[in-house]
Design a protein around this ligand. Sequence first.
Ligand code: DAH
Length: 370
Amino acid sequence: MDAPHATHEAIEQALTTLRDGYPSRFSAATDEQTLRDENAKILGKKGELTAILKQMGAIPGDARKAIGAKVNALRVEVETAFDQRLATLAAELRHAELHARPFDLTLPARTLRAEGHAHPISQVREEVIAIFKSLGFGVFDGPEVEHEVNNFTKLGFPPDHPATDMQDSFWTTDGHLLRTHTSNIQVRAMTSMTPPFAYIAPGTVYRRDDDATHSPMFHQLEAFLVDENVSMAHLKGILEAFAARLFGAGTPVRLRPSYFPFVEPGAEVDIGCVFCRKEDGTRAGCNLCKHTGWIEVLGCGMIDPVVFEECGMNVPGEQKFSDPALRRDETQKWTGFALGMGLERLAMLRYGVPNIRLFFENDPRFLAQF
Ligand code: DAH
């Protein structure tokens, strides 16, 4: 029984040597690679501690257990010491780097990035507001959680219109939803004010829509004017003034017949493509205007008599509407136009931004460009 005993002793001896030796071996390593090599010599597959572990099979049960515990304790000790030494070496390296170059206190300071500025959507919104204010429009505000009556019903949406669907809009409770457009403000103005009036309503709107040109939350601006004898010519005049101010003098504007439940007639408004337009106003055609030379910017139309009726205006007997040529029927007293635009879309056109998401990610490298 001498041999196992000798092995036992030899192992104890090897453990002691290792325990006494590793601290100075680690501290002698002055760079990361040497330290890692040294660590591998102890803990690696062919390392010294691993070799000891392999010899343990020769030791009888009880003694093996006790020695196994020692081997494991030493392994943990070595691992901890390795981590600490590694951290120390990293700190020393950093310290050396920082002190290698002397500080030149006379160097001029690096200029800080310019102070913050308004988000491109806010910039476009403020510009559009300023244009309409200069044309005599006031600003009207309203809630983003709206009743379906103001968002849909009074605007002439039939009850089964797709926009009223759960799939298209965010409903909250009891017939309320996140407004799908700023046209609700038309209803709020028309049910609470007496014409003549002209307002714009900038604000946040919500739809279940998400791709390169649609975001579930986006910004719109509605404009509407109610008075007697308002005609499509007034609308077009406003549109031309608006386009000239936002996109440059002489920007061509055209109206294309279109349908919205709350206007009749309704139209979509195109402007001459801002991307391929030349000095003389001609357009070569490009991918962005799909080679048509025109880009759609907003929807508009004459406020539908049904909206007046829903809002309790144009009631029989109040007839004051003087030009019969513009009148739809005997009870119509007030007339008006309305238009609505998406501010992200305007900003994308204005600044040539290809993806709507860029406006919401708030990446300073993007925002700094405006
Ligand atoms: N509310 C419409 C939308 O969200 C935009 C719009 C179109 C507003 C025509 C109007 C209008 O006032 O006349 O798509």
